[in-house]
Design a binder for this molecule. Structure first.
Ligand SMILES: [Fe+2]
Length: 366
């Protein structure tokens, strides 16, 4: 076969291929601690980044990840260390699981401590610093796997100094008035033509580095404990970035949500096309995923819900805290977010069809 020829794959009369998915996976606390020790014990790399990826056994290059679209890295900094500046067109959610320090993201200093969450927007230059006497350990969640699969993950190891905002604005405002309209409606349904000028200058929604300190989140989260056992929703807060608009994101790709699960709470099985990765940092419990039971405890990381796998989680006799990362905003943006909240009823396409409701009003009173 000539390497420049297209390959035709006959699909005539073919049915849809069967949906497959990666297996759920628990990475126990002890395994994470071993990696932290290994990273801390190695000589400091030139770029300062002591880092290891959690790679699912079914993940293949390009785009290694713990879920097909989610990469999780374990990042360690020793006291006094810092990382060299870097920037890329993947966006990150950072989560401190041990120690403290600060990050400088797009010129903003974010002082963080254990269980704080903060985001690095796409193309923001950042460095991490450990100005404490303790080891600093972070989990970093990134959409790099998708960009690597698309072969467009752009990384600058030596980024230029920050471009002045006024320069960007001056350039954006320089478009001369066009003799042709930017938008031409073809019918009343919305079928429209758009000019090239609008195509290359879409509305810019600034993505800022945001920081959710654990103390502030926990104070709000603990109030949800009053929701009685009869509550059918999840006792969580999504760490919402308003710049993600209707896709309810923390970044444009992921939401990060922190859940409190009081003792002996057993969620109803459900499923969604978004994949979910949990880090548990309080209590113990189990998850039933695709009919198989997985046990976890504080300090474990888990691919809890590969996209479309039926799952539910239960806490044992103490409260559970967990950080969940899901690629839900990406699915909302693609209009692919199927969600089946009750397995007795058909799934709904969240974002463009009507969603679900809970009994929170009633449960809060009981
Ligand atoms: Fe779920």
């Amino acid at each position: 076969m000539s390497e420049s020829s297209v390959r035709f794959v006959d699909r005539s009369g073919a049915g849809a291929p069967e949906l497959t998915r990666w297996s759920p996976l628990v990475i126990p606390k002890e395994q994470i601690e071993d990696q932290v020790k290994r990273l801390a014990g190695a000589p400091a790399p030139a770029n300062g980044r002591r880092s290891a990826l959690f790679v699912h056994p079914e993940s293949k290059e390009p785009g290694l990840g713990l879920a097909p679209g989610i990469r999780v890295a374990l990042d360690v900094l020793l006291p006094g260390e810092r990382t060299q500046p870097i920037r890329h067109n993947s966006a990150q959610v950072n989560f401190c699981i041990q120690g403290a320090g600060h990050s400088v993201v797009a010129g903003k200093t974010i002082r963080f401590t254990q269980y704080d969450v903060w985001i690095h927007p796409s193309l923001a230059t950042y460095s991490h610093f450990n100005d404490t006497r303790e080891i600093q350990v972070r989990l970093t969640y990134s959409n790099a796997p998708l960009l690597e699969k698309m072969m467009i993950h752009y990384v600058e190891d030596t980024p230029p100094a920050e471009e002045a905002a006024t320069e960007r604005e001056a350039e954006a405002g320089s478009a001369a008035a066009s003799p042709f309209p930017d938008l031409i409606r073809l019918d009343d349904d919305g079928t429209t033509l758009m000019s090239y000028e609008r195509l290359i200058n879409p509305e810019a929604v600034e993505q800022r580095p945001l920081h959710w300190p654990w103390a502030r989140v926990k104070a709000e989260l603990d109030k949800l404990a009053v929701l009685g056992k009869g509550y059918i929703g999840r006792r969580l807060y999504l760490l919402y970035n308003p710049a993600t608009g209707r896709t309810n994101g923390t970044t444009n790709n992921f939401f990060a949500a922190i859940t409190i699960r009081p003792p002996s709470i057993n969620d109803k099985p459900h499923r969604h096309s978004s994949a979910a990765i949990n880090y548990f940092f309080g209590g113990t419990g189990k998850s039933i995923v695709d009919g198989k039971t997985y046990y976890w405890k504080a300090g474990d990381l888990m691919l809890t819900a590969p996209g479309w796998a039926i799952h539910n989680h239960s806490s044992n006799n103490e409260p559970v805290y967990e950080l969940t990362i899901q690629d839900q905003p990406l699915n909302l943006a693609m209009d692919s977010l199927l969600w089946q909240e009750d397995l007795r009823h058909p799934p709904r396409l969240l974002g463009s069809h009507k969603g679900f409701s809970t009994n929170r009003r009633v449960a809060a009173k009981s």
